[in-house]
Design a protein around this ligand. Structure first.
Ligand SMILES: Nc1nc2c(ncn2[C@@H]2O[C@H](COP(=O)(O)OP(=O)(O)OP(=O)(O)O)[C@@H](O)[C@H]2O)c(=O)[nH]1
Ligand SMILES: [Mg+2]
Ligand SMILES: [Zn+2]
Length: 348
């Protein structure tokens, strides 16, 4: 196969604007395909590269899909280019830090199956992630071949939000997988997210013509076995790029309020007609949302899900910014101690 061009790997104007011709020559760009401990694998115009990180960078700072400038002779990453999009989530249980999921993604394929995995509350969380990161969401419903009621799942997904389209497929069938082709055109990058066992790696294998590990799910509750353990970027046979990710147990919200607002825009619009501007949509008179629920125009579950996400997002965002502020004041303290020491030394 011919050597790929930067455009083939997903390079766009967003990146070329960040680098002048001389820098481009001296430190050729590469796109990260795998992140290992202290080391990354990347693709460039000259082929595959294995790169170490400079002392200023940790692997947690880099995501699969990132563009970096490199020093090929030293086998080193030199710097990280500003991302076009960034998918991240609060680290579960820690709530003080974000974990990067992927970078420079165009489409977020939110994968679920036509079985017990299908869960509107979970799909809305992923939708909020897509809206926050300004990636285009697409619901991909797998295992239509095992579900006599697949059409109902598809309709439920389509009704969930005007933000996302929905496609139902048998991920093991090539012809069925072809429905995803419009989203994986050359130069386009797609990230696959969803619970374990929904078929993310099966989709990757089918579209990229490779064989990464996949594994049966449990019969009783349709839960997967967390087969994929690391994120990776691979090229599809049609020239697009797919990022496979390990199945997520849960996706917590944090720093996602803009995304949540977009996902629940219909409720926000209704709330503008509530009698009280600070209506909690609980017991207040003149609540437009309660009226819409009573009139069967919206589903009561949706109001609950919206309020739950908002509350969780506010809590996590607060603890993240509190932790940041604490760290900042700590580093300020260290700096001033160092400065004072310096002064004392000078004065002595
Ligand atoms: N019948 C059928 N089986 C499918 C379909 N998609 C996936 N599978 C099977 O479901 C199981 C789980 O698929 P994987 O691709 O490993 O799921 P995953 O989402 O990558 O799971 P993790 O890596 O654990 O996150 C495998 O046995 C697949 O062969 C489908 O559309 N139809
Ligand atoms: Mg997998
Ligand atoms: Zn109200």
């Amino acid at each position: 196969m011919d050597m790929p061009t930067l455009l083939d790997i997903g390079w766009t104007e967003h990146f070329s604007e960040q680098v002048d011709a001389e820098t481009l020559q001296a430190t050729p760009p590469a796109r990260i395909c795998d992140v290992h401990r202290g080391r990354v694998l990347a693709k460039s115009e000259t082929g595959n590269m294995e790169l170490d990180l400079p002392s200023t960078m940790g692997t947690a700072d880099l995501a699969v899909g990132d563009w970096v400038l490199t020093d090929p002779a030293a086998g080193l990453v030199v710097s990280l280019l500003e991302r076009h999009t960034e998918l991240k989530r609060p680290i579960a249980g820690l709530a003080t830090k974000y974990q990067l999921i992927a970078a420079n993604v165009d489409t977020l394929m939110i994968v679920s199956s036509c079985n017990a995995d299908f869960n509107p509350a979970r799909l809305e969380r992923y939708l909020a992630l897509a809206a926050t990161s300004q990636t285009t969401p697409l619901f991909v419903l797998t295992k239509v071949d095992l579900a006599p009621d697949a059409q109902e799942y598809l309709e439920k997904a389509q009704r969930l939000s005007p933000l996302a389209s929905a496609v139902a497929i048998d991920a093991q069938d090539k012809t069925s997988l072809d429905q995803l082709q419009p989203w994986v055109m050359p130069g386009q990058t797609v990230a696959l997210v969803g619970s374990s066992g929904v078929g993310k790696s099966t989709i990757l294998n089918g579209l990229a013509g490779i064989q990464t590990a996949t594994q049966n799910i449990r019969e009783d509750d349709a839960k997967g076995r967390h087969t994929t353990t690391a994120r990776s970027l691979r090229q599809t046979t049609s020239g697009g790029w797919l990022i496979d990710t390990p199945g997520m147990r849960s996706l917590s919200m944090g720093g996602s309020s803009e995304g949540i607002d977009l996902v629940f825009a219909d409720l926000i619009e209704l709330a503008a007609s509530c009698k009280f501007s600070d209506c909690a949509h609980a017991e207040e008179p003149g609540c437009a949302i309660k009226a819409a629920i009573a009139a069967n125009e919206i589903d009561a579950g949706r109001l609950q899900r919206w309020q739950k996400l908002l509350q969780e997002d506010a809590q996590n965002s607060q603890s993240i910014s509190a932790a940041r502020a604490k760290q900042k004041s700590k580093s300020r303290q260290i700096k001033s101690t160092v400065r004072n020491k310096h002064k004392r030394r000078k004065n002595n």
